[in-house]
Ligand binder design. Structure first.
Ligand code: AHM
Ligand code: MG
Length: 324
């Protein structure tokens, strides 16, 4: 796979900040993972036809799985797990992580002989293979989310070295955030073309989207939502990736809050909260679990849920003030 744009960030040399922070050696790992996700996205999109039905199974969060969820997970596990630079793979659709190489976050001196052929330093990759797959029935947008961690899984968001998502909309786009910038690509087959570089949240927020049923919202979140409704336009499509991409494009706030019926909300920290928090923070916004940055939340297990709030910094500041 090659980038068609010579300025494509992921195809260029190590970033200055990684060199300075001693992480330059992980740059090829990020490039390999991003390229593989981009290439696989073409096959995921193609494979949706004929896979819109449900399986008999449930994912580890107790939600029914679509045939397409399982298909996308198997493709990504196979291809990402085969990369020499990937030491661990985990996904929303499988209970346990796959250990496929030397433990990420360790140095070459700890590489076992059985890991021959693997890179000296590896990364962990955590994915939501098909975010918003319940939108398959109505043929609305969905996404693939990935987080690349310099640590074993489960990991805190501060251990992310890059994260991003593919959006299967009218066209297929990919947003990648690393330590230097946030970049949007259009995908044609496995080819990436940069369409927006150095993305920053617009200063003037325009849209909001909040998940969950209103009667299930805690009173303090309801108070916040009522204020936001008077200021911004509602955009909620039922796939976090599509809704967050509207926030990244127009400015605003996306939330899937704590619920009365489930205090940790619906979304998963490793596969959804952390990667999206990283993208929005790298674009100059803020993320919060209601109390602090999602990237500061310590995971207790792979499938932890968390309230998710991301958007323009003043909107997240106001949210935290209202919830306190
Ligand atoms: P999924 O990853 O199993 O598809 O679940 C996550 C999705 C998010 O994309 C979206 O924000 C949320 O679930 C929608 O939930 P709801 O149907 O409760 O609005
Ligand atoms: Mg999801």
């Amino acid at each position: 796979m090659t980038d068609t744009n010579p300025d494509a960030r992921t195809g260029s040399g190590p970033s200055a900040s990684r060199r300075e922070s001693g992480e330059a050696e992980l740059e090829p790992a990020v490039d390999a993972v991003v390229s593989t996700v981009a290439r696989t996205a073409a096959d995921v999109r193609q494979g949706l036809v004929g896979r819109r039905g449900k399986t008999a199974g449930e994912n580890p969060s107790g939600e029914s799985q679509a045939e397409a969820d399982v298909y996308a997970d198997e493709l990504l596990a196979d291809r990402l797990g085969s990369l020499a630079v990937v030491g661990q793979y985990a996904s929303e659709e499988r209970a346990e992580r796959i250990d496929c190489g030397p433990t990420p976050g360790t140095d070459a001196s700890r590489v076992d002989e059985s890991d021959a052929g693997r890179a000296d330093r590896t990364v962990s990759v955590a994915v939501d293979p098909l975010d918003g797959s319940s939108n398959l029935a109505s043929n609305n947008a969905m996404g693939t989310i990935f987080g690349i961690y310099d640590a074993p899984l489960p990991a805190a968001g501060r251990d992310l070295i890059a994260a991003g998502y593919v959006l299967y909309g009218p066209i297929t786009t990919m947003v990648v955030a690393d330590e230097t910038a946030v970049t949007e690509y259009e995908l044609t087959g496995g080819e990436r073309t940069v369409v927006r570089d150095d993305i920053a949240l617009p200063d003037e927020p325009v849209v909001y989207g909040f998940g969950g049923r209103v009667p299930d919202w805690p009173a303090d979140f309801l108070e916040y939502a009522r204020a936001i409704e008077d200021e911004l336009k509602l955009r909620y499509g039922g796939a976090m990736i599509a809704d967050v991409n509207q926030v990244l494009t127009y400015g605003g706030v996306f939330a899937y809050p704590a619920l009365e019926s489930r205090s940790a909300g619906k979304l998963r920290l490793q596969f959804e909260g952390n990667p999206i928090g990283y993208v929005i923070e790298q674009a100059g916004g803020r993320s919060s679990n209601g109390d602090r940055s999602l990237l500061e939340v310590e995971p207790s297990s792979l499938h932890d849920r968390t309230p998710v709030h991301v958007g323009n910094d003043d909107l997240i500041d106001r949210l935290e003030s209202t919830l306190k």
